[in-house]
Ligand binder design. Sequence first.
Ligand code: CA
Length: 227
Amino acid sequence: MKILIVEDEAKISAYLQQGLSEAGFVVDASRNGLDAHHLAMTEHYDLIILDVMLPDVDGWTILKALREAGRDVPVLFLTARDSVDDRVKGLELGADDYLVKPFAFAELLARVRTLLRRGVNRTTETRLSAADLELDLLSRRVTRAGQRLAITTREFALLELLLRHQNEVLPRSLIASQVWDMNFDSDTNVIDVAIRRLRAKIDDDFEPKLIRTVRGMGYMLDSSDQS
Ligand code: CA
């Protein structure tokens, strides 16, 4: 699941990025309002963490613009101002929750999970599956044939992407931008190595094999039973 952090204070932003990455989320960060607005309008996020006081456009304005454009992504406000007016204003503008600074990371993570659960219930499923492979987005468990598999947070993100686009060929460049948040040179083998490790866990001991290499193009999770 992908989260956008909008926070101009470098220290807080780095702290959130690290914590949320370690918790298994794919994270983008923006330090100002205009970039944040652009990202929120062009990329898909499951949640936006939005600071109110930003150097250019404030958080209220961004939220208002997103809601007016029909974007219903959950928004968690961060505010340094603990006034009732601010909270009411945020909620009226369509924020889903808010947190007053300073906050404990555990508290933020709990709010994030609650909002994601709500968002998932509102729009989509909490589980993704193909054949007897299941991925639970909330508990972050992966099972195959009922057997729990130990996978890393990066492998989880990779598998989530493959499952969301099962039976579609995913080019390496797309996998790189969605799972690593960066662009790789086409000759890099980082993705191939990650796929090999993932395969060893989800495919080696099971049938049918789900991950297919599409030569010269990329990878595909094939859920049509080819056995
Ligand atoms: Ca700020």
